[in-house]
Design a protein around this ligand. Structure first.
Ligand SMILES: NC(=O)c1ccc[n+]([C@@H]2O[C@H](COP(=O)([O-])OP(=O)(O)OC[C@H]3O[C@@H](n4cnc5c(N)ncnc54)[C@H](O)[C@@H]3O)[C@@H](O)[C@H]2O)c1
Ligand SMILES: [Zn+2]
Length: 371
């Protein structure tokens, strides 16, 4: 294995696994996979963009490691591949290629492929093993960790899913070199989230090293991805099924989901951008409710802004605070009759606040929209 790779161990009862993070992992995939795969057949699922860049490289590396060259199912890129129809097509393709209970599905791609591949693994033949090779920053720091897998319904995103933990996650930071800069920044917003929600020293490290992370510096990337995986892993270990601590991972997300829904999940705002705005709004709301100092709000906001992320809702949309709040009531994580937010007492000190008055939320939005 690459000497500078970092391993993060995720310890879930009976289903512990490692996340390996570093540069050059795709080339050494054969050697890394061999002890985990133990002679079983691998079958890759990927999307067209990622397959064009990395599928053959992965297949060759697996062969070089002395394993059988895996077949692959390639789906179109984008959220559309998480539809029920697309899931059905991919399931038939995988079964057509002879997936059996000893097969291992290898999800090579971003969060879309990870979610689709993971849910296929959770359901085909009542569950087969899978391995994640995340290739977007968002997938490396968020979606590949924690075992949530899902596809979309016409009634909402991620409504059809299962908890299914992978056998191994290989996060090769070299693959991020081909990622469009906007996608890289979207993943960076989730990295900042881990600092803001529970780790002030990590946030301070990002203040010094964020630019290096975004410019693709391998050491900075490895550290940032590893710290993020570590943070998410510790939270998921304490609360696998989201009854408590896991909710903290939703910092900025109640606002973000409302903004994403209001912009129709289109090109105006991607998820990371919505999360960036959402985190600023969550700090702003925390200040208004007297939990947090305005200084911490300015520090968080300044960091996101300096790293090229939006900090207020886009002007292109005619957002109305009351319709955004209505979206929050519809958020599947909102409890009926009251709004629940992840708020902060300061940088690195997030907490779950229930029963937040929607009037203060509307004021926060009104000011942000007028700014
Ligand atoms: N399961 C979870 O816990 C969890 C958490 C967060 C998000 N998600 C899900 O993740 C999905 C979003 O993931 P995403 O942001 O990775 O999007 P994505 O998978 O659509 O990837 C973004 C784009 O980048 C391309 N791409 C991927 N890797 C590349 C590379 N190395 N070089 C060049 N292009 C590359 C893809 O083809 C795609 O066009 C959403 O569906 C969301 O619901 C899941
Ligand atoms: Zn998110």
């Amino acid at each position: 294995m690459n000497a500078t790779a970092t391993r993060v161990h995720v310890d879930l009862a009976g289903r512990a696994y490692d996340i390996v993070i570093g540069s050059g992992l795709l080339e050494s995939a054969g050697a890394l996979l061999k002890p985990v795969v133990a002679g079983r057949d691998l079958i890759v699922i990927s999307d067209e963009n990622v397959a064009a860049l990395y599928l053959e490289k992965l297949q060759i590396a697996i062969e070089t490691g002395g394993l059988k060259r895996p077949e692959a199912v390639v789906v179109p890129p984008g959220e559309g591949s998480k539809s029920i129809e697309s899931f059905g097509r991919a399931a038939e393709s995988l079964l057509g290629l002879g997936v059996d209970r000893r097969s291992i599905i290898l999800a090579l791609g971003g969060g879309v492929v990870g979610d689709l591949g993971g849910f296929l693994a959770a359901t085909l033949l009542r569950g087969v093993d899978f391995i994640q090779i995340p290739t977007t920053l968002l997938a490396q720091v968020d979606s590949s960790v924690g075992g949530k897998t899902a596809i979309d319904s016409i009634h909402g995103k991620n409504l059809i899913g299962a908890f299914h933990q992978p056998l191994l996650v290989l996060a090769d930071t070299d693959t991020l070199a081909t990622l469009p800069p906007r996608e890289l920044k979207a993943g960076y917003a989730e990295i900042v989230k881990y600092g803001l929600l529970g780790d002030k020293p990590f946030f301070e490290w990002l203040e010094d090293n964020g630019a290096a992370v975004l410019s693709g510096d391998p050491d900075a990337l490895r550290t940032a991805v590893a710290k993020s995986c570590e943070a998410k892993a510790r939270i998921v270990e304490s609360d696998e099924r989201e009854n408590g601590a896991r909710a903290l991972l939703n910092l900025g997300h109640t606002f973000a989901h409302a903004l994403e829904a209001e912009t129709g999940f289109g090109d105006t705002l991607n998820h990371g951008e919505a999360v960036s705005i959402g985190m600023v709004l969550a700090f702003d709301l925390s200040v208004r409710l007297g939990h947090c100092s305005p200084n911490d709000l300015m520090t968080a906001r300044g960091h996101l802004l300096r790293h090229g992320l939006p900090v207020s809702p886009p002007r292109t949309n005619d957002f109305s605070p009351s319709s955004l709040v209505r979206r929050m009531y519809n958020d599947k994580k909102a409890e009926r009759g009251s709004l629940t937010f992840v708020l902060a007492r300061g940088i690195g000190e997030a907490f779950v606040a229930r029963g937040v008055d929607s009037g203060v939320v509307e004021t926060t939005l009104l000011r942000a929209l007028a700014a």
